[in-house]
Design a protein around this ligand. Structure first.
Ligand SMILES: NC(=O)c1ccc[n+]([C@@H]2O[C@H](COP(=O)([O-])OP(=O)(O)OC[C@H]3O[C@@H](n4cnc5c(N)ncnc54)[C@H](OP(=O)(O)O)[C@@H]3O)[C@@H](O)[C@H]2O)c1
Length: 275
């Protein structure tokens, strides 16, 4: 299959370039394709004639989004809308990636694909607007929600904690729960999904939930570092509100499940020792 990946320079984009290596890949980084520009998207699709487009581009700075509202919506909502318009016109499918932050975290059990959304932040609302544009404009779509994405080669919470743990005793929130997801595991699940033609919304995240503290403690154990101290999330003042409990589960068919989140942390630890 010929696959065009927008946002190919991000952590998921780079993992997809590896997982999908047996396909004919066109990986376009931000400088080569700005998804907020409809004409650029039209030009890229008409030049490369892909069989599938994957959107791995996003504005992911959750706190910054509260102030950079237009930029967040341009990249997270207008961008996928542009991709959906162009792929629908070219009669090709679109895979778009979204987030657990479309939920408010008050449900009290893991969220499945059909649960009601109610974002708490500009980031979450802009990502939800992007999902909705894709659903409305592209009949043949996959919307893949993921969460707490990390990879040793990327810019993410766990990598920040790993670097800081070398110099200080970490304090990490033990009252915020989510689904830590190792980006190469997500890329492998997407690689399996794209051949199914089972259009719809999917939750792809590391299996089993964890608090931020449990996640960092697991990393520290794997790397032989001091365990973090558990503290309340309210210890850290943040601009954006985050869901307290946004663990993801899946009830979709075909059921594609990722490994348990602890397996991802073990791979992350091995990978970061090799850096
Ligand atoms: N990271 C997480 O914890 C997390 C959690 C839940 C869901 N997700 C979702 O997972 C997906 C992948 O995230 P990620 O962590 O791989 O993100 P990432 O590492 O931040 O990569 C995003 C990429 O998008 C590019 N980009 C930004 N604006 C663009 C534009 N207008 N046109 C084209 N490319 C643009 C960025 O390039 P520049 O840096 O050069 O601007 C960057 O390479 C996103 O949909 C994200 O919302 C992520």
């Amino acid at each position: 299959m010929k696959i065009l990946i927008a946002g190919a320079g991000g952590q998921l984009g780079r993992c997809l370039m590896r997982s999908l290596a047996s396909h004919d890949l066109i990986g376009l980084e931000h400088a080569a394709l700005d998804i907020t520009r409809l004409e650029q998207v039209r030009q890229a699709v008409s030049q490369h004639q892909p069989d599938l487009v994957i959107n791995a581009a996003a504005f992911n700075l959750v706190d910054d989004a509260e102030r950079r509202v237009h930029e967040a919506y341009a990249i997270n909502a207008l961008g996928p809308r542009n991709l959906a318009i162009v792929t629908a016109a070219a009669k090709i499918p679109l895979l778009h990636v979204s987030t657990d932050y479309v939920f408010d975290g008050t449900l009290g059990r893991p969220y499945h694909e059909f649960d009601l959304t109610r974002p708490l932040s500009v980031y979450g609302a802009s990502k939800l607007a992007g999902e909705e544009a894709v659903r409305v404009l592209s009949r043949r779509h996959y919307v893949v929600r993921t969460a707490w994405l990390y990879w040793e080669g990327g810019r993410n919470f766990l990598n920040t904690m790993r670097v800081r743990a070398a110099n200080e005793r970490l304090r990490v929130a033990d009252d915020q729960f989510g689904s830590p997801t190792y980006a190469p595991h997500l890329a492998e699940a997407i690689t399996r999904l794209i051949v199914t033609e089972a259009w719809g919304t999917y939750h792809f995240a590391g299996a089993g939930g964890a608090s931020r503290w449990e996640l960092v403690r697991e990393m520290c154990r794997n790397l032989g570092l001091d365990e973090p101290l558990p503290v309340a999330a309210s210890t850290f003042a943040t601009l954006a509100a985050r869901p307290r409990y946004s663990v993801l589960t899946t009830i979709q068919d075909p059921r594609i499940e990722l490994p348990r989140w602890q397996e991802g942390v073990a791979e992350f630890a091995r990978g970061s020792l090799e850096l």
